[in-house]
Design a protein around this ligand. Structure first.
Ligand code: GLA
Length: 733
């Protein structure tokens, strides 16, 4: 049994972790333990009840002075309850003040995973049945209920959490902050690992000790953002890639978010995360509910790789729904860096012909095929084919490309509108602009109010029409600016604080509608590259364009950071031209291929302009990726070295679950005369098996797993700047 309830103690076990809560005499839901697998001991014995001074006491406990929510570990803390630390909930229940204090009301256990209406959430499968624990808390006075939901994915050491707030009062409540989870650890001294970035430089790993006071990571941009990612790791000081205790927390939400970590004066650590509350005010009328998005929590005692593996498995099996997740992804060529807006039928067909020749699977026509869209300052919203530019109908073009044996994909950016568009001229109030104020523009475009039904209906109608009219196999769903002020012409003044969350719900609704009517459609997520790379999007899109930065060497860091929380098959990566469009760097074609094979592989250049030797290499890369796609897409992924460390190279490995074969990739980032010896230790093999090792196709010798993992392999000496190598290991039978 994963969930055990005994004497007001709730213990949740996964294979290797234990999570515990307890209802105490004041009916407070205490958090008593989260860590390596323990037992059902009541861990509240760890709490010392002391008069802490300046810590307010809960009514009825004043005389003893030792019962204060200001230091007690709690499951879901509220502002106004005498707890002065960061709170999970800020709500006004009627007085105008935030005065909510939650006490235990009831609980139930379900033999299936809970479901969140309108929001992405991990699901159970035929193979793995998941239990739900629902604990209901209630305001000590008002009929205001908070349902804490726990989904237990025993096999993966994952517990999901979500919160449903229910108003059973006679009057409205106002929600000002509703975090998806809160957790209190009895210790401090943890490192926080997070993934900061920028456009063209997403998910750069940073690790630092949490200090006393509050540390905050936040996106106020209406998207999970390039700048911060809604995934963090808490690790003990000694934790490394291969060993030690660590916890991962990922939010299944694609809008703005807020994570706060606080080390309190008693050296305890609190973490809360949920949707961003900067501009948030949700009016909750009587009888209505509000759902806070889901968080995935994972505890690993096997270092950062153990954590990543558990999360990768969870995302692949329980978060991505697309049937594409288990199929070989199409190797595609994308027209963006090949042509930008400057293309016609001839150019597209020339690229397609080369693609078919080289053995690619799909051509993706990026921005510029619709409305009046020859630059990025017009046309968004006019989702009608520009037949003049395409030299005929889209259907005709797609038929021709299908005829070459390629599938066909199309770029869209549904959430946006250009002022210079027929859509904006017809419906200016569909844009999120404040009447009488000059709007904040980004990439010369405005954001549509996705919380409106008419906007969703229009977009659904246009997109499904185009998909159906031309038999489209794939769409790349882009979002090329951040939200500024959230305003909806449809909502009254006092409800404008709901707009940003309603926007995200609208995006999910549209995705859901499209996938329901087109279940086989492959959707690739994108937001100026990886500006919306989160588990919420992965619920709908099995792959995401990882960055607008296609430089192989900068991608090493971006893809490395992304790999901590997200499976490698979700990382869309392409070979682009050299010198690189974004930073001007020159890299060998081979290196670009090896880096793009770290994720879902493709090309983004004019294939018709490749030199003959590059064509040969491309054909070989495509053959190799197809031959080994199972390793690349479903293999265990190991980070063998960090691109952030001061070394000459970055290395990574894919090994199959049966430990029969592996691919090790190495990219050199520095050159030295009279170089030192670089040795890299492999992972995921079996000690007593023998493996044949090939370097770039050439047999090097046969070695045992023990040798390869414990003594390592010696890397070749790089022959040119940014040289790269690929080792293939196969069990000798
Ligand atoms: C974004 C995407 C690019 C490309 C352009 C088109 O920047 O990330 O890949 O699709 O938009 O405008």
């Amino acid at each position: 049994m994963a969930i055990i309830v005994k004497d007001s103690v709730f213990t949740i076990h996964t294979k290797q972790s234990t999570y515990q809560m307890k209802v105490d005499e004041q009916k407070t839901l205490l958090h008593t333990y989260y860590g390596p697998r323990a037992d059902e001991t009541d861990f509240s014995y760890l709490i010392g009840f002391l008069d802490r001074g300046f810590c307010g006491n809960v009514p009825g406990t004043e005389r003893e002075r030792v019962y204060s929510l200001d230091y007690l570990p709690q499951e879901y803390s509220t502002e106004g309850s005498g707890d002065y630390r960061i709170s999970a909930l800020r709500a006004q229940l009627g007085s105008g003040a935030c005065d909510c204090r939650l006490v235990f009301d009831s609980y139930r256990i379900l033999s299936e995973k809970y479901y969140l209406a309108g929001l992405p959430a991990a699901f159970d499968t035929a193979n793995e049945k998941v239990q739900t624990l629902e604990i209901v808390l209630k305001d000590v006075q008002e009929a205001f209920y908070v349902h804490l939901l726990y989904g237990v994915f025993e096999e993966h050491d994952v517990i999901t959490r979500a919160v449903r707030i229910e108003n059973r009062m006679e009057h409205s409540a106002e929600l000002l902050k509703v975090m998806s989870f809160g957790i209190d650890f009895a210790h401090s001294g943890y490192d926080l690992l997070h993934f900061h970035g920028k456009h063209m430089g997403e998910r750069q790993l940073e690790r630092g000790r949490l200090m006393h006071g509050i540390t905050e990571l936040r996106s106020t941009r209406g998207a999970s953002s390039h700048q911060k990612n809604p995934f963090v790791i808490l690790a003990e000081e000694e934790t490394t890639e291969r060993q030690g205790l660590c916890y991962g927390f990922a939010l299944l939400y694609s809008g703005g978010f807020r994570l706060q970590a606080e080390v309190d004066p008693f050296d305890q650590t609190r973490l809360v995360m949920g949707l961003d509350d900067e501009d948030f005010r949700w009016v909750l009328p009587p009888k209505e509910s509000f759902i806070a998005p889901e968080t995935v929590m994972c505890c690993s005692s096997e270092g950062l790789s153990g954590l990543s593996h558990a999360l990768h498995d969870t995302v692949m099996e329980h978060i991505i729904r697309s049937p594409w997740k288990s199929k070989r992804r199409p190797i595609l060529v994308n027209s963006w860096e090949a042509a930008h807006f400057d293309f016609d039928r001839k150019k597209i067909l020339a690229i397609a012909a080369e693609a078919a020749d080289l053995g690619l699977d799909m051509l993706v026509l990026d921005d510029g095929w619709f409305g009046r869209r020859d630059s990025d300052d017009s046309g968004l919203g006019d989702w009608f084919v520009n037949e003049k530019k395409l030299g005929g109908t889209l259907k005709g073009l797609v038929e021709e490309i299908h005829g070459m044996g390629l599938s066909f994909g199309l770029w869209v950016e549904p959430e946006m509108v250009s002022e210079d568009s027929d859509l904006y001229r017809a419906h200016p109030d569909w844009a999120m602009t404040i009447p009488g104020r000059e709007p904040i523009r980004g990439r010369q475009q405005l954001v549509l109010d996705m919380g409106r039904d008419d906007v969703i209906e229009y977009l659904y109608g246009r997109l499904s029409d185009i998909i159906d009219s031309a038999d489209i196999d794939y769409i790349k769903w882009d979002m090329n600016r951040s939200l500024a002020a959230g305003y909806s012409a449809r909502l009254p003044k006092e409800r404008q604080g709901e707009v940003r969350h309603r926007f995200v719900l609208g995006v999910y609704r549209l995705l859901e509608l499209l996938l329901q009517s087109h279940p086989g459609l492959l959707i690739e997520g994108c937001s100026g590259g990886g500006g919306r790379y989160d588990m919420g999007m992965l619920y709908y899109c099995p792959q995401i364009w990882c960055s607008d930065n296609t430089d192989a060497i900068e991608r090493l860091r971006i893809q490395y950071g992304t790999s901590f929380g997200y499976p490698l098959s979700t990382i869309s990566a392409h070979v682009s031209t050299s010198p690189n469009h974004q930073n001007g760097r020159t890299t060998p074609f081979k290196t670009r291929g090896i880096c793009a094979m770290q994720g879902t592989f493709g090309y983004e250049l004019d294939l018709s302009k490749l030199a003959p030797e590059e064509k040969e290499q491309a054909a070989e890369q495509i053959r190799f990726y197809k031959e080994h796609y199972e390793l690349f897409q479903f293999g265990r992924y190991y980070r063998l070295s960090s691109p952030f460390a001061r070394g000459n190279y970055t290395a990574w490995e894919f090994a199959d679950a049966e430990k029969r074969e592996a691919i090790v990739s190495v990219v050199f980032t520095d050159l030295h005369a009279n170089p030192k010896t670089d040795i890299v230790f492999l992972c995921g093999l079996q000690n007593d098996r023998r493996y044949r090792m090939y370097l770039d196709g050439q047999m090097q010798g046969t070695y045992t797993g023990a040798a390869l993992m414990n003594a390592g392999i010696r890397l070749p000496i790089p022959k040119e700047n940014y040289d790269a190598y690929q080792f293939y290991l196969k069990e000798e039978v």
